[in-house]
Design a protein around this ligand. Structure first.
Ligand SMILES: [Zn+2]
Length: 326
């Protein structure tokens, strides 16, 4: 989720790639463990899980990620000026050490273009990242532009296991005819696409349930993972998930104190979360989150939907979708 402004919880200056005082890890990358790792591992151990599957984490080329952080640091329009300190601002090695210390056994490299001519380059970076990061699910992206069908095919051939699409940042209609063959290819391959298609933290021209509903009408088998539970149009996206059995939702930032202030999840929809318990997937937005990672987990726990629901969301659903062997 792109966002507003904020200083991190430390002294790192925007875009300098450093963490707060002393870094995130005691003793530096490879040695220490992050201060909040015990809190995270206690959560999944209590549930008897082998760890966590997190379908929504961001890894991208360094200079792109730094631009994203600059964006979070600036008072952008997207959060209406809400402070957005990046808790896990650090170099790539250190971020990987942190997420592994949390016990996240599989994660993604959500990357996305904001203009034409960028997706293919991001995808080539992601091939290398996946190769050197075996616990990262090889991620790819796309944009409505000539050639998209070709490079999506090439990404699938190269072993991409998940795609990311950002309708708000990309400012495109997911129903753009240029994307139609790409959605068809993903549906046929059974490769999920995590899509930021809700109107949070602020609406874009093509966000909201309408445009993506048109795509699903044409491609009902598309494995769409609605990012952020579709925040703030939660109930409209729950409708889509109830209507299309391949539609899933990721929890990214939803139910946290931060999100509840901006876009509270309606109490009346809680039972529907239980009903869709096999299609809600843990997502976090690591590292770009304005609170410790464990807070996302505790926010899920306090929904009161029970341990079986938590086990499904935090491990089983993702493990099944991506055939992850504990
Ligand atoms: Zn995100």
């Amino acid at each position: 989720m792109p966002g507003g402004s904020g200083r991190q919880t430390g002294d790192g200056t925007p875009g300098d790639g450093t963490a707060g005082v002393g870094g995130l890890l005691a003793g530096g990358p490879g040695d220490g463990v992050p201060a909040d790792a015990a809190d995270v591992t206690r959560f999944w151990r209590r549930l008897g899980l082998p760890g966590l599957v997190d379908v929504h984490t961001h890894f991208m080329p360094d200079r792109v990620l730094r631009k994203v952080w600059d964006y979070f640091d600036g008072l952008g329009p997207l959060t209406g000026g809400v402070e957005w300190p990046i808790t896990y601002r650090a170099d790539e090695d250190e971020r990987l050490a942190v997420i592994r210390a949390f016990g996240v056994r599989a994660f993604t490299a959500m990357l996305y273009p904001h203009k034409p001519g960028m997706a293919e380059w991001l995808n080539s970076w992601a091939v290398g990242f996946a190769r050197r990061t075996p616990d990262c699910l090889h991620t790819a992206t796309l944009f409505p532009e000539p050639g998209v069908e070709r490079y999506v095919g090439e990404a699938l051939d190269a072993g991409a296991r998940v795609f990311k699409a950002h309708v708000q940042v990309g400012a495109y209609d997911p129903g753009d005819p240029l994307l139609d063959p790409a959605w068809g290819a993903l549906a046929e391959a059974g490769v999920p696409v995590v899509m930021h298609c809700g109107s949070g933290p602020s609406p874009g021209k093509h966000t909201g349930p309408g445009p993506i509903a048109h795509v699903l009408a044409r491609h009902p088998r598309l494995r769409l993972v609605v990012a952020h539970m579709g925040m703030p149009e939660y109930e409209d996206f729950l409708d889509l998930a109830e209507r299309y059995e391949e539609v899933r939702l990721d929890t990214t930032m939803a139910f946290t104190d931060f999100a509840e202030r901006l876009a509270p999840f309606p109490d009346r929809a809680r039972d529907r979360l239980a009903g869709l318990g096999d299609r809600v997937l843990l997502g976090s937005d690591f590292p770009n989150i304005p609170y410790p990672y464990a807070h996302q987990l505790h926010a899920l726990e306090r929904l009161g939907l029970g341990d079986a629901w938590l086990r499904a969301v935090c491990w089983e659903n993702g493990a099944r979708l991506f055939a992850i062997d504990p």
